[in-house]
Write a new protein. Structure first.
Length: 326
């Protein structure tokens, strides 16, 4: 596992060092991760929102670290591009965070993101939720613990602040982000639920740690802002966190309504993937090639044929015909 982890983390570091924005897209399972990679995204965001949704559960720290990690690991095994795990608040305090980082490294992930919501967190966009954040110095210690726990120096630690989500000021958001950067974070994700990019634009204009800590944006609510605009404003990484899941849900809903109404598969034929497309995604061609190389071929010799036709399990000796007793 260790070489794969190092390779994936190094690839993510290379992406962060290259010119232009780095585009991640949220995936919720191995298949969606593979589709994302083939679409040309730089890396995969193993979305906590999406993974929870595949369990038909809200994004509220209900899933355990093991359940979340298993899903993220399956993504990493299905693609060659880096996968970053959305680890909510690290599944506990700084000591829990250390184990989270260790397990994520072993699973072949390229990095983690840890937010300053208290446990149990609630999805940033749930309405009517009372928001409480971890004290800045406490979350900075979590980030320091995460950095200390990694064995691969390329493994990326992203600190996420929910200051704007909780209605705090730009000054507090900057104070928190600076504390996390100074604690060793490689990137800071500044989340926002505004339908305008202005508060994040102002934040980025005041950011003074860009040489050591890049900024990450998740344009879910300010969806009209392009990656190029975000990059020009100072955000190096852009995550399209949940659009793939939402697209899949809408497509399944539409297809099932038609299927239930029409009660014949041909009714949805033009709006669904062909079987050959699925075969291509899951590696049926590679399966057949491996079968050709490694599985024994049937022996056409007469003795082998008699063995195959001996359905009752009696031993067959040289020149002796065995009659089965019914």
């Amino acid at each position: 596992m260790a070489p794969k982890t190092s390779t994936n983390a190094a690839r993510l570091r290379q992406l962060l060092a290259r010119p232009g924005p780095v585009l991640l897209v949220g995936a919720h399972d191995a298949l969606s991760a593979r589709i994302a990679e083939r679409a040309g995204f730089d890396a995969i965001w193993a979305s906590g929102f999406g993974i929870s949704a595949t369990h038909a559960l809200p994004d509220a720290n209900i899933l355990t670290m093991s359940e979340t990690l298993e899903a993220a690991q399956r993504m990493a095994e299905a693609v060659t591009c880096p996968v970053v795990a959305d680890c909510d608040n690290g599944f506990g305090n700084a000591i829990n965070v250390m184990r989270t980082v260790t397990q994520c490294e072993r699973a072949g992930l390229a990095g983690v993101c840890i937010e300053d919501n208290i446990f149990p967190k609630r999805c940033s966009f749930y309405e009517g939720v009372q928001r409480e954040l971890t004290a800045p110095h406490e979350h900075a210690l979590k980030i320091q613990a995460a950095v200390d726990a990694r064995t691969d120096p390329d493994f990326v630690v992203i600190a996420r602040t929910e200051a704007f989500i909780a209605g705090r000021t730009k000054d507090e958001a900057l104070e928190r982000a600076r504390a996390y950067a100074d604690a060793g974070a490689d990137a800071v994700l500044v989340h926002s639920k505004s339908d305008s990019f202005e508060e994040l634009r102002e934040f980025a204009a005041a950011w003074d740690r860009s040489s050591s800590c890049v900024l990450v944006a998740v344009p879910t609510t300010y969806e009209g802002t392009s990656a190029d605009e975000l990059f020009a404003a100072g955000f190096k990484v852009v995550i399209f966190a949940n659009q793939a899941l939402r697209a899949a849900v809408r497509a399944m809903q539409d297809a099932m309504v038609v299927l239930q109404r029409e009660a014949r598969p041909a009714a949805v034929r033009d709006s669904i993937a062909s079987l050959s497309e699925i075969y291509g995604l899951v590696g049926v061609k590679e399966l057949k090639e491996s079968e050709e190389r490694f599985l024994p071929r049937p022996d056409p010799s007469p003795v082998a044929n008699r063995d195959e036709n001996n359905h009752h399990g009696e031993p067959v000796g040289d020149g002796i015909q065995v009659t089965s007793k019914l």
